[in-house]
Ligand binder design. Sequence first.
Ligand SMILES: C[S@@+](CC[C@H](N)C(=O)[O-])C[C@H]1O[C@@H](n2cnc3c(N)ncnc32)[C@H](O)[C@@H]1O
Length: 255
Amino acid sequence: MHRLAVQRAYDSMHEDTRSAFMDLSSSCDGIGRGKTPRGIYDTNAFRLGDADRTGGLFLTIARMNHSCRPNVNHYWSSSLQMTLVFASRDIAAGEELRTTYGPSEWLNTKGRREFLCERFAFDCNCEMCVEGNDLGGDKRMEAIRSLQEAIALSSSLVVDGGALSSKWGGDSTVAALESVERCLALMNEQGIDGGAFTKSIYHRGYAICDAAGDDAGARSYLVSELRAVRDSEGVYSPNAMEIERVLNRGVCQAG
Ligand SMILES: C[S@@+](CC[C@H](N)C(=O)[O-])C[C@H]1O[C@@H](n2cnc3c(N)ncnc32)[C@H](O)[C@@H]1O
């Protein structure tokens, strides 16, 4: 958000809110400089949906640190005008809630840390970055990335060209679905199989099966996608309701 817009919002805050706001951390003001409203805003604002450019600042969720292996997902609900937070796995009492700040999840440790440092100005200390490649995490992330690219390419051939779908049978479908399954298995091993990360993979599996005329496979992936979407966006998200609508009318007509 523009500096003057942040300043105006700051000036109009109630004294208590202003004090809570100024208590938030700032890594965007530069070392040795005092905190500014703009620096605090840039450090703590969360995007309000994929298309949003300015973001919004919420005093509670601003306290959530980032993890490349998050235990919660946040989701902006435009109908509720709230950012919702969902657990992406079981969380022990007293465990810190960590969400993910950005699309850094398919990179190895060096790549993720560089991305986070450049984009958010901090050196990531999350469990997955500290672990690095000790348990083979970097190799797994690199494999996940290649598989994601191959799967995206496969399903874009299906989605973008009706003519290509007819060539899309036999071995290529089997190979594409093997990549989907391998990718999901590696994400599970890496501990990043929460709904927010897997929903697009399930969707690719659905698109590949649907194009190949495999109705049972398409339905099964769509059911998994619905579960992942509900887990990360809630049962009333537009996305969840659209998938439910497709499932209810029968996947074979879903196109
Ligand atoms: C939105 S705030 C998070 C809450 C903040 N830690 C606090 O105490 O209020 C973002 C800032 O927290 C710190 N932070 C968040 N995630 C981090 C991580 N994975 N590693 C290191 N620092 C992190 C960085 O200083 C970052 O600029």
